[in-house]
Design a protein around this ligand. Structure first.
Ligand code: NAD
Length: 260
């Protein structure tokens, strides 16, 4: 039987990259998926591909009401909510702290933390009552940058550490009703966008250069693709993980054995 048969899942940032790969896998495994994303174009593609199995909301994770709309949509369409995946995120492209002006530093902080951190607070808050009803679970998309330096600049690394704190405290507070876990991908070939205030301070590299850099950074020496991470999400979302909470599955080519 499919692992997620009949489950109702709400995911943010599901129109591209890792989120999109998760949507594909979850639909294949029998789930109904509600996707919030700011890319109307990406959402249209999902609707065309999956029809009645998905519902889409064009919105912004920094707006609480957009999450409320998404949760209401999921419950109306599929009768309940079993899983929240807070996945939407943006990047700082390794911008160097000392090179960035105070104005750009501040603007970058506000934008990046609003999306990566506040977006996760909002998603969890909007979904928690429905998740309690189903004894469901939350999965955050963290990063190798939740644990180690050099997975981004200070904005990204600090934001991904903050999400780890959110995951741990929520796992504690929401037990025994809701499991709270995370997947921490390593560098992955996606379109992860660099926030505007930091663009003047970084080199935006092409995919080939990005692939080379990803390969050299992880001990398994693989160029990770979005699809490489979906198994971890599938396990955590499924009833097979009923004893797992407060955990992070690192899907990063073995950063833990790299040594610093
Ligand atoms: P991506 O850009 O392909 O996907 C991110 C999606 O989030 C996009 O569809 C984008 O439109 C959406 N999004 C961004 N800001 C939004 C907002 N304010 N409101 C609504 N939607 C918004 O990038 P990805 O690499 O798949 O990133 C997904 C997650 O994976 C992020 O949390 C990222 O930090 C994390 N991650 C990525 C990598 C990597 O190397 N690509 C590594 C570790 C962790």
């Amino acid at each position: 039987m499919a692992e997620l048969s009949g489950k109702s899942v709400y995911i943010t940032g599901g129109a591209s990259g890792i989120g999109r790969a998760v949507v594909e896998e979850f639909v294949k495994e029998g789930a109904f998926v509600t996707v919030l994303d700011r890319s109307a174009e990406g959402l249209k593609e999902l609707e065309q591909q999956f029809g009645e199995k998905v519902r889409t909301i064009t919105g912004d994770v920094t707006i609480y009401e957009d999450h409320q709309r998404a949760v209401e949509t999921a419950v109306e369409a599929f009768g309940k909510l079993d899983v929240l995946i807070s996945n939407a995120g943006v990047f700082d492209a390794f911008a160097k702290f000392v090179n960035v002006t105070p104005e750009a530093m501040s603007e970058a902080y506000d934008i990046l933390f609003s999306i990566n951190v506040k977006g996760s607070f909002f998603a969890a808050k909007a979904a928690v009552e429905e998740l309690k009803r189903t004894r469901g679970n939350i999965i955050f998309t963290l990063s190798g940058a939740s644990f180690y330096p050099d997975g981004g600049g200070v904005w990204y690394t600090a934001s991904k550490h903050a999400q780890l704190g959110l995951l741990r405290q929520l796992a504690f507070e929401l037990a025994p009703d809701v499991r709270v876990n995370a997947v921490a991908p390593g560098g992955t070939l996606t379109a992860l966008s660099v926030i505007a205030p930091l663009r003047p301070f970084v080199n935006i590299v092409d995919n080939e250069t990005k692939a080379k850099s990803i390969k050299t950074r992880n001990p398994l020496k693989i160029v990770m693709a979005s699809e490489d991470h979906v198994g971890a999400y599938l396990l955590l979302a499924s009833d097979k993980a009923r004893a797992i909470t407060g955990e992070v599955i690192s899907s990063d080519g073995g950063l833990v054995v790299r040594g610093l």
